[in-house]
Design a protein around this ligand. Structure first.
Ligand SMILES: NC(=O)c1ccc[n+]([C@@H]2O[C@H](COP(=O)([O-])OP(=O)(O)OC[C@H]3O[C@@H](n4cnc5c(N)ncnc54)[C@H](OP(=O)(O)O)[C@@H]3O)[C@@H](O)[C@H]2O)c1
Length: 332
């Protein structure tokens, strides 16, 4: 059956301005790192995208290497886009990135002009797009001059292959330099994509303040710590979960008793607020307006529904903030 987007899709989502730019992002964005590669049925991926867009999630985040195998998430997304989403292309913010290993030899990785421009061309082909909305440098390159990497980002915008550019995984000092180079080149940095959740708080030291000072937006990836900050692992490791999948990013070793004890205590607070832990964890990342959007992953449409349901209760009392902080301060 031909997909028809839900006419009610803009009724409930909150759209937040991305830094000082003209763009607003949905409070919740969907990442395609997992569940869009060739190991997932394309119909499952399709359902996730339909449900997300029907709930007002207008931003889909990809990278050259998402899969497995690398490149397959972009290819599968491109297929679904061509089959279902073409009438809505102008309602979507589609991002991709380059920075991790993508092909053999010295030009398939890191941050050279050669790699970034070739990689974006490949991404556009895989997705069947003329341009992406945001092109990111995925991780800092300790060897390539920062100016070369930023000039490559500026170049793809001037070529019309990306509308905006962003940085990911850049520490604050390097982010400041990169943002200033981009400013000088006349292509402002739209957004920074760092890892941020209740369990991963490095951005609070200086990055979020820097981004506010510079008028750059932010999108927090893995806000549920890959699923740890949900009720998924309260009673063991379900067979269909990420931790059971052999992932090196989330496995049984990381689900320590001390972490699970904090998860249980956080879960109790979430229940007392009348919501799920996943919802409270997302609301917490968005709590003080320093973060523009939370970038979630999902293996089931119900998880996307949970995330959007968070918007019904996204405020915290001082007592709740203090109780959460006390739990997060409990060490390993
Ligand atoms: N820039 C970077 O370097 C970088 C790195 C990593 C990720 N990212 C981006 O961030 C996106 C999200 O990353 P992530 O997948 O790690 O994010 P996450 O939101 O922290 O974790 C998502 C996983 O949590 C579980 N989950 C989600 N909602 C749930 C719910 N309501 N109840 C129970 N379990 C739930 C699901 O895992 P199950 O499979 O167990 O169901 C889901 O796949 C990626 O797709 C990518 O776009 C960027």
């Amino acid at each position: 059956m031909v997909y028809q987007a839900d006419p009610q899709r803009y009724q409930t989502m909150d759209y937040r301005r991305c830094g000082d730019s003209g763009i607003k992002l949905p409070a919740i964005s969907l990442g395609l790192w997992h569940n869009f590669g060739d190991e997932t049925l394309v119909e499952t991926s399709r359902q996730l995208l339909h449900r997300a867009f029907d709930l007002g999630i207008t931003h889909f985040d990809l990278a050259n290497n998402y899969g497995p195998p690398p490149g397959s998430a972009e290819r599968n997304f491109g297929r679904i886009l061509q089959e279902d989403f073409l009438p809505w292309r102008d309602e979507l913010i589609i991002s991709t990135k380059a920075g991790y290993t993508m092909w053999d030899g010295p030009y398939g990785d890191w941050g050279s002009r050669k790699y970034l421009i070739s990689s974006l061309d490949q991404s556009l082909k895989r997705m069947g797009l003329d341009y992406v909305d945001i092109f990111y440098h995925h991780r800092p390159d300790p060897e390539t001059p920062l100016k070369e990497t930023m000039r490559a980002l500026d170049h793809v915008v001037r070529q019309g292959k990306a509308l905006y550019v962003g940085l990911s995984n850049y520490p604050a000092d390097l982010a400041r330099q990169a943002i200033e180079i981009l400013e000088d080149l006349g292509t402002p940095c739209l957004i920074h994509q760092p890892k941020y959740s209740m369990f991963e708080r490095w951005v609070e030291a200086d990055l979020l303040d820097l981004l506010q000072e510079k008028g750059v937006g932010s999108i927090a990836f893995s806000p549920l710590a890959g699923g740890m900050l949900t009720d998924r692992y309260l009673d063991g490791i379900p067979a269909d979960s990420r931790a059971a999948s052999g992932s090196r990013f989330l496995n049984a070793d990381q689900l320590t008793e001390s972490k699970l004890s904090r998860v249980r205590q956080l879960n109790d607070i979430a229940l007392s607020r009348g919501q799920k832990l996943s919802q409270m964890a997302l609301a917490w990342v968005l709590r003080d307006n320093k973060v523009t959007s939370v970038l979630i992953g999902a293996s089931k449409t119900s998880q996307i529904e949970d995330a959007v349901g968070m918007l019904m209760n996204s405020q915290f009392t001082t007592q709740e903030c203090e109780a959460i902080e006390a739990i997060l301060q409990q060490g390993e």
